[in-house]
Ligand binder design. Structure first.
Ligand SMILES: C[S@@+](CC[C@H](N)C(=O)[O-])C[C@H]1O[C@@H](n2cnc3c(N)ncnc32)[C@H](O)[C@@H]1O
Length: 243
């Protein structure tokens, strides 16, 4: 199991409660800061996820840890008639709901409050499930992934987009510099929550990636597991299916 990093060192709350509180606090600034800290490349990565999902022609999609709904909104470019965005933070969902309403996408996307570790859906419900930058925030990764497998239809597709760590020189060193100094500094200067951006880089540095995460997915029961590193390995797209 991955090492557990929590947002607030002195808090009595468990990881799930701390993560919810943190995202509620930063929800209004999340979209703006996200573009800054990823230099806008996150948009390109999300579009790749949309292409992968689109190729499978799904009727319905569940976007877990949807946050402010950027991926759910992009997924409206697929054939899906129904997209559910699920998140544990009502603050993040509320920002997303406003964006969806402004784009008149509320007939397709429904934003639902819920916990990835206890999904409020029947077995075998969704043709496709996505999680972008969410799995490393789960309190119990294996439980969250098992729930995803349960609600995915047989032959359905599961796609994860998550941060990873470059393994080659000089990207490895550049990434270390960025995540240890630049990212926490951006957080300190621009964020309402000084711990949040420190947590985001610390959690990325201990989270399993590449073959390690592939193996966790296989152990849970996913098949056809593949990882595709993006932009020197600073993020990875994982694809998997259900027998
Ligand atoms: C870094 S944000 C990613 C948001 C969005 N997917 C994106 O790509 O911008 C992580 C999200 O995971 C959500 N989250 C964390 N733990 C969760 C859980 N157990 N169940 C559902 N959502 C969770 C947080 O509330 C937060 O909105």
């Amino acid at each position: 199991m991955s090492k557990s990093v929590k947002p607030y060192k002195d808090s009595e709350l468990d990881k799930k409660e701390q993560v919810t509180k943190m995202f509620d606090t930063i929800s209004e600034e999340y979209d703006g800061l996200n573009r800054v800290i990823s230099f806008g490349i996150d948009v390109k990565w999300r579009n790749k996820v949309v292409q992968i999902i689109s190729d499978t022609s799904p009727e319905n999609i569940l976007d877990i840890a949807t946050g402010t709904g950027d991926l759910a909104i992009s997924l409206t470019k697929t054939s899906a008639k129904e997209i559910i965005g699920l998140d544990i933070s009502d603050g993040m969902l509320e920002v997303g709901r406003q964006k969806i309403k402004a784009k008149e996408l509320d007939g397709i996307i429904q934003m639902v409050i819920g916990d990835s570790e206890d999904l409020p859906f029947e077995d075998n419900t969704f043709d496709a499930i996505t999680v972008a930058f969410g799995v490393r925030n789960f309190m119990n990764l294996e439980k969250g992934l098992s729930e995803i497998l349960r609600v995915l239809k047989p032959n359905g597709i599961f796609v994860i987009l998550e941060t990873s760590i470059p393994t080659k020189t000089p990207y490895k060193q550049g990434y270390k510099l960025y995540s240890k100094f630049i990212l926490p500094t951006i957080g300190k200067v621009f964020s309402k929550d000084r711990s949040a951006y420190k947590y985001l880089s610390e959690s990325a540095s201990v989270f399993p990636f590449g073959e390690e995460l592939n193996n966790i997915l296989r152990q849970i029961g996913f098949i056809n597991v593949k990882d595709k590193p993006q932009t020197f390995g600073v993020a990875t797209i994982y694809t998997a299916s259900k027998a």
